[in-house]
Ligand binder design. Structure first.
Ligand code: F0G
Length: 350
């Protein structure tokens, strides 16, 4: 049997590393490309989920962080810094801990999910809650990284994108070619940029015969790329993608246009409906931002953007346990009973 050694070792020849690069890994990547029978039945398409919640810290950020932190350590960094809506901070904190360096994170106060806050603290990050939104946090983190000896590990760091492109490599390897459509949520727009990079590299390398149309999905209240202008006060229950001025704006539009895809918005209602349905039908519990990807796929099938019979991959970017509050809030209230078999049977309708 062969053991997965993390994505730097698995894709070494396709990543910007040398023999001298220290490999800081938690054995990220190699996540399931899971067929989704209920979604396939519903859409008439062949739908797969790229389950990025299966990464070590529960989100796709680990793909970028293994490379960004390894390269930072190679360059002699003693500290890394990031702005985050939660997942980046959880991942940076874990990889910095593994590397034995300091991690500083700036998050929008009161706007990150409890699971993610807990992770950053558990891994020993120096966490500052900023009285502002993600865009303010990123501006602050960028200034700090210029003025102080601390290395920025947001997705403006090219090593992050290089790590994240490996998800496309895994999909092409699993399917034997690129899919027809690839749907994913868009916040700061690093991931759509990275996936597109991965798909185009696979085409150039002869591993794939085509590239997919990229379907980027934003939350309606935080959809600058759809509106074509910065959103000053982004609003959505999907806090991970509550971003009004994405750093990789231009690259995301390039990916859209070069792939023949679209960037579209879904409402919080559509996000919550998918958040509730997906774990009950295809058995995969994802955080609200990740549900946006599937909600965008459903809307695209509905309006004909994705024709029936297409092969479609949706990246579900983060685990449902990151942000379980919504599951508890919108699920039915559990009943309380005594230690009584008959009462239990009656309540369960047995
Ligand atoms: N899905 C999840 C679960 C995320 O955490 C993010 C981004 C995205 C999608 C969007 O990816 O920014 O590359 O377009 N989270 C960042 C963070 C902003 O700080 O954790 P993107």
């Amino acid at each position: 049997t062969r053991v997965w050694r993390g994505l730097i070792e698995e894709f070494r020849d396709r990543l910007p590393v040398t023999a001298d690069t220290p490999v800081i890994t938690l054995y990220e990547g190699g996540t399931p490309l899971l067929p989704a029978p209920a979604l396939s039945e519903r859409t008439g398409c062949e739908v797969y989920l790229k389950v990025e919640g299966a990464n070590p810290t529960g989100s796709f950020k680990d793909r970028g962080m293994t490379l960004a932190v390894s390269k930072a350590v190679q360059d002699g960094a003693k500290a890394v810094i990031c702005a985050s809506t939660g997942n980046t901070s959880a991942s940076a904190a874990a990889y910095a801990a593994r590397a034995g360096i300091t991690c500083a994170v700036l998050v929008p106060q009161g706007k990150i999910a409890m699971g993610k806050l807990g992770q950053a603290l558990a891994h020993g990050a120096r966490l500052l809650q900023v009285d502002g939104n993600f865009d303010d946090c990123l501006a602050l983190a960028t200034k700090l990284s210029i003025d102080y000896p601390v290395s920025l590990v947001n997705s403006v760091n090219p090593d992050r994108l290089a790590g994240q492109k490996t998800a496309s490599f895994e999909i092409v390897a699993a399917l034997g070619d690129a899919p027809d459509f690839h749907c994913l949520p868009v916040g700061n727009a690093g991931n759509i940029t990275a996936y597109w990079m991965g798909y185009t590299e696979d085409l150039a390398a002869g591993n794939a015969t085509k590239t997919p149309a990229m379907i980027g999905v934003q939350a309606e209240g935080a959809s600058p790329l759809v509106r074509g202008e910065v959103v000053r006060e982004p609003q959505t229950i999907a806090t991970a993608i509550r971003i009004g001025n994405p750093a990789s704006w231009t690259q995301a539009l390039e990916a859209r246009d070069a792939s023949g895809g679209v960037i579209r918005a879904v409402t919080d209602r559509e996000i919550l409906t998918t958040y509730r349905t997906l774990p009950r039908t295809d058995g995969v519990f994802v955080e609200p931002a990740s549900a946006a990807s599937v909600a965008g796929m459903l809307a695209s099938v509905e309006d004909g953007t994705i024709p029936r019979g297409s092969r479609v991959v949706c990246t579900v970017t983060g685990h449902g346990l990151k942000d379980p509050d919504w599951a508890v809030a919108i699920g039915p209230s559990p009943e309380t009973i005594g230690v009584d078999v008959l009462a239990a049977a009656r309540s369960l309708g047995l």
